[in-house]
Design a protein around this ligand. Structure first.
Ligand code: ADP
Ligand code: ADP
Length: 224
């Protein structure tokens, strides 16, 4: 699915978190939103998810205006920085949750959750609770939950920031591999330049709510 942000702004009281952003993302690409803390990356992602409605501008998915469409109807999956797993639910139920919310039957939900779990290689952990998992395993649960409805857009908000250095590299490669296997249009938010350059088809550099550079990672050596 292609994504278009047209003159998007988001104002919180006196703060212009995102300021007149224009961006087109081609279907099946992985694009990083890169920039320092507070530059508007998460706000941009939340607007794509439908969790914030932009104060100005419009968002198009495959050319269709989804600016006012609620999150559940947007065909997106999202992974939050802290994973936001449900602590009292098993891994299986966590992964199946978006399907259950979408009124998919119990049996089909569980089967599809198991398939998603297999894709991230956690199908041996289905009966555990999130608190009984390592950071990397929790992240895999979050990814499985994000892709279980087979969304056409995947939104990742600093997904690697809570992992140790070694696991970051492993999970980075796995995310890229899954993204390419599923051919899912992906936005990857990070403040880590090396991470953005290594994982992406395109890098979008933000500063103070503005898009200041957008290009192929190989052409972006002179980043500030
Ligand atoms: P980043 O993800 O790049 O760290 P954010 O999008 O979270 O940046 O924040 C951009 C700016 O908007 C910051 O100045 C932040 O303080 C402000 N901001 C973000 N969310 C809110 C909110 N819910 N209410 C008020 N200000 C916010
Ligand atoms: P609970 O938390 O209530 O013990 P689980 O989360 O372990 O339940 O399982 C929820 C449902 O999924 C149950 O109906 C269970 O039979 C089913 N289930 C558990 N494991 C699997 C599996 N590997 N494949 C398919 N269904 C499963």
């Amino acid at each position: 699915m292609s994504i278009e942000l047209k003159n998007i702004s988001m104002k919180f009281k006196d703060t212009m978190a995102v300021n007149d952003l224009n961006l087109t993302i081609d279907s099946g690409k992985l694009v990083s939103l890169l920039g320092p803390s507070g530059c508007g990356k998460s706000t941009t992602l939340f607007m794509l998810a439908g969790l914030y409605e932009p104060t100005e501008g419009s968002i198009l998915f495959n050319g269709k205006d989804v600016t006012k469409v609620v999150p559940e109807k947007r065909n997106i999956g999202m992974v939050f920085q802290n994973y936001a797993l449900y602590p009292h639910m098993s891994v299986l139920k966590n992964i199946a949750f978006p399907l259950r919310m979408a009124k998919v039957g119990r049996k089909e939900s569980m089967e599809r959750a198991v398939q998603a779990a297999k894709l991230v290689e956690i199908n041996h952990l289905l009966d555990r609770k999130p608190g009984q998992l390592s950071g990397g395993q929790q992240q895999r649960v979050a990814i499985a939950r994000a892709i279980v409805r087979e969304p056409e857009v995947l939104l990742l908000d600093e997904p690697l920031s809570n992992l140790d250095a070694k696991l970051r590299l492993t999970m980075r490669e796995e995310i890229r591999e899954i993204q390419q296997r599923l051919k899912i249009t992906t936005l990857f938010v990070t403040h880590d330049q090396e991470e953005a350059l290594s994982i992406s088809d395109q890098v979008v550099l933000m500063k103070d709510g503005h898009l200041i550079q957008h290009g192929d990672p190989r052409d972006m050596y002179d980043l500030p």
